[in-house]
Structures are given as C-alpha cells and as structure tokens.
Design a protein around this ligand. Structure first.
Ligand code: COS
Length: 385
C-alpha cells in the first residue's frame, strides 16, 4: 500500500528503521532480560534529531507533526515496544508544555528536550486514580511564591530517568476535577524522590517508577496554564498522544507479522513449508488485513490531528483502540503460527506479545477509549437531532 508520504516523511521512516535495525534489534532481548533502560538508543535518537521531531523549530525541534511522530514510533515499535515507550512517553510528558506552556516556559524547557539533553515524564496516575483520572489526591498548595506538592504518582514511565516532570495535582479540593492544576517539576527539587523500579511483564526496556512528593517546593512560575486547568491539560495531552499509542500497536504487529511470515517459509511439516498450508495462510492473511486497516486509520487520524482540528478526542481514541487491539491480536497469532518456537525466547515474538499487552492498558484502557467514543457519539446524536 502507498500512503503517499512526502519525501521527508519517507526519510524519517528510513532513519527510524535504520536506528531500529542497527541499534535496537541486536540488544532488545538483553534489555528485556535485564530490565535495562535503553540509554545508548536514546543517545542515538537524540543525535539523529529524532527526539525533537514534534517540537517546533523555534524551540530547536524539527517542527513535524503527529503523522511523522507516528511513523517514527511505528518503526521503533516494530523492533521493540520497550524502547518506543521510552521515546513516546517523552513526547507525552512534553505535550503539557507544548500545549499550555507560556513562551517563557517553552524557551526554558523545550530546547533541552528537543536536543535530548533532558528527558520528560508525565505524572497523572496514582494508586487510586487510574481510569478515574479525576480522582487524583496529590495536592499543590500555594505558599508565598511557591507551590508545595505532597502525594505519590504511580507507574510513571521514564520515572527516575527523566529530568523534567509534568505533574497534575489538586490545588482546590472542593472543585473536583476542576480543581486540578498542571506543573513542571525538575528532578533535583528537594522533597522529590522515586520509588523502586517496577518489574513488569513487558516493555522491560522502559522504566516505570513511583514519584514521591513530600513537601516538595517548586516556584509558582512552574504552573502550566492557569490554576484549575489541570484536568483539561491532562485530557488534551492524552488526546494528542493516543494516536501514537495506536502506532505502537501497529509497529509491533508489523514486526510480529514479518517474523511469522519468515518462519512459516522456513519451517517444514508433512514435507512442505507450513506457509503452503491454507490454515496458516488464512492467519497470515487476517494479520495483513488488520495491519493495513490499522495503518490506514492511524495515518488518517494523524493527518486530521495535523490539520489543526480541535475535535480529536474521538478519532484519537479510535486510533489508539484499533491499533493496540490489532497489536495484541497479531502478536498473539504470530506466536500461534510459529507454534512451540514462537513461545521460546530464541525468537522475538513472545516478547512482542508480552509488550503488546500494555498498549491496551496504558494512556487510558481500551474500555475507557470506548467510553470516550461513546460519549462523543451521544453528543453528535444530540447535535444532529
Ligand atoms: N478535552 C477537553 N476537555 C475534556 C476532555 C477532553 N478530551 N475530556 C473531558 N474534558 C472536560 C469535560 O468537558 C469536563 O469539563 P466540565 O467540568 O467543564 O464539564 C471535565 O473535563 C470532566 O470531564 P468528564 O466528566 O468527562 O470526566 P470523567 O471524570 O467522567 O472522566 C475520562 C473522563 C474517563 C475520559 C477520563 O477520566 C480519562 O480519560 N480517563 C483515563 C485516563 C488515562 O488515560 N489514564 C492513563 C494514565 S496517563 S498515561
């Protein structure tokens, strides 16, 4: 299929694929086994200007949009979702600054982020606030010229490795979600520490930690937007990033599919390569259809986001849900096509299947995405009545 990418978009794909093949594929099993953060790959991505892909040129980035980011994420995910999670979470953490930061805040943080000098993490989730993002309990109290943060964020990607954190905290309890605000917190701030690194089923190259704020004082200039806008900052951030999660599902599906085709050509049973059997061909055919459908949807949604459209909640939730469901289905079926070999760590598909699972869970479970889509359907129906 030809998606009529520009020459530049094709170059981004080629570069991301080259980095994936040369720097990620040779080490992905080891990173997974050792639960090790991919610093070497991050350095290469920074040197290749890939980290600042989506950051405007005036702040040192390449000024590209959602489609280019999805293409890069797809290619990295084709090799390793642990690495692509590290990369994509950096964009997730940057969106609050990009979308709601003042010019001063952008000038202060974005150039270092674009250059890959300082990584970013996004802190919304807490022990009692996952799907119910409005249930956060971390507080930020204004005292003179400082906000004092107290509380714990859970399961934060890039936690401990990142230097910059965009954090959602409650500034006015009485107002519920409307009483939340968004802040930038720097790693070295006193009162800000980290919990242990989580031991995960998949995406083990990425790091996931608790963020602990204990009377952590930050300058009041670190408020993003206005007080009370935190929930909107979080929702708009997620609207902007979810298409990229769909692209992770697409990429891992593509990687697993290619492994399954390669294996099915080599593996002989009953005197024939297993790819000659219709049962296997039908599985591969379904995988190919699902991958192409996911790519078509994700690229269209990314182009829609890049058009500057405001109503992106529903399409980005659709891209996230469909792309990641395809990721789970195709990686599972790749293991099935490869049988006992697919289940062994000698081949990459068992890792791909473990990695794919988180995509249906993080940045809003696929059940929450369907709620978001459902709510939009109700609104549209009321408008068209
Ligand atoms: N853009 C702008 N505003 C939004 C919005 C969006 N995408 N979604 C909701 N809002 C606004 C609503 O309009 C509402 O504003 P008012 O108070 O002015 O009416 C406010 O935010 C609260 O919205 P709502 O009542 O829909 O919030 P809920 O508490 O019911 O939660 C969901 C909505 C479930 C969609 C939200 O909690 C969510 O996305 N949860 C998943 C969070 C997530 O992705 N977590 C993963 C961890 S972060 S990696």
């Amino acid at each position: 299929m030809d998606y009529f990418l520009t020459e530049e978009q094709q170059m981004i794909r080629d570069l991301a694929r080259q980095i994936a093949e040369e720097k990620i594929v040779p080490v992905r099993a080891e990173l997974d086994e050792k639960n090790e953060y991919p610093w070497e790959v991050i350095k290469t991505l920074a040197q290749s200007d890939m980290i600042g892909l989506f950051i405007p040129e005036e702040y040192g980035g390449l000024g590209k949009g959602c489609l280019e980011l999805c293409i890069a994420v797809e290619e990295l995910s084709r090799a390793c979702v642990g690495v692509s999670t590290t990369y994509a979470a950096n964009a997730l953490g940057t969106y609050p600054i990009l979308l709601f930061g003042s010019d001063e805040q952008k000038k202060k943080y974005l150039p270092d982020i674009a250059a890959g000098k300082r990584l970013v993490a996004f802190g919304l989730t807490e022990a009692n606030a996952g799907s119910d993002a409005g249930g956060i309990q971390t507080t930020a109290k204004l005292e003179g010229n400082e906000y004092v943060l107290t509380g714990t964020k859970q399961w934060i990607t890039n936690g401990g490795e990142a230097e910059i954190y965009t954090i959602i905290a409650i500034t006015d309890k009485a107002k519920g979600p409307r009483g939340a605000s968004a802040f930038v917190v720097e790693k070295s701030t006193p009162g800000f520490t980290f919990g242990k690194k989580e031991n995960k089923m998949g995406i083990r190259a990425s790091s996931t930690r608790e963020l602990i704020f204990d009377n952590c004082r930050i300058p009041k200039e670190n408020l993003l937007g206005k007080e009370g806008m935190g929930f909107i900052v979080a929702m708009k951030t997620l609207d902007s990033s979810r298409t990229g999660v769909g692209a992770q599902g697409l990429g891992v599906a593509q990687g697993a599919y290619e492994e399954a085709v390669k294996f099915a050509r080599q593996r002989h049973q009953f005197g024939h390569p297993v790819i000659s059997f219709q049962a296997v061909q039908h599985m591969l055919a379904d995988m190919a259809i699902e991958i192409e459908a996911a790519r078509a949807l994700i690229y269209s949604v990314a182009r829609y986001v890049d058009s500057g459209a405001k109503d992106i909640s529903k399409p980005s939730a659709m891209a996230k849900t469909f792309g990641t469901d395809v990721g789970m289905k195709v990686t599972t079926n790749a293991v099935q096509v490869m049988g006992g070999s697919g289940y062994m760590k000698e081949y990459p598909v068992e890792k791909m299947m473990r990695d794919a699972k988180i995509l249906q869970i993080y940045e809003g479970t696929n059940q929450i995405q369907r709620n978001v889509i459902g709510q939009e359907i109700i609104k549209e129906a009321a408008r068209n009545k």
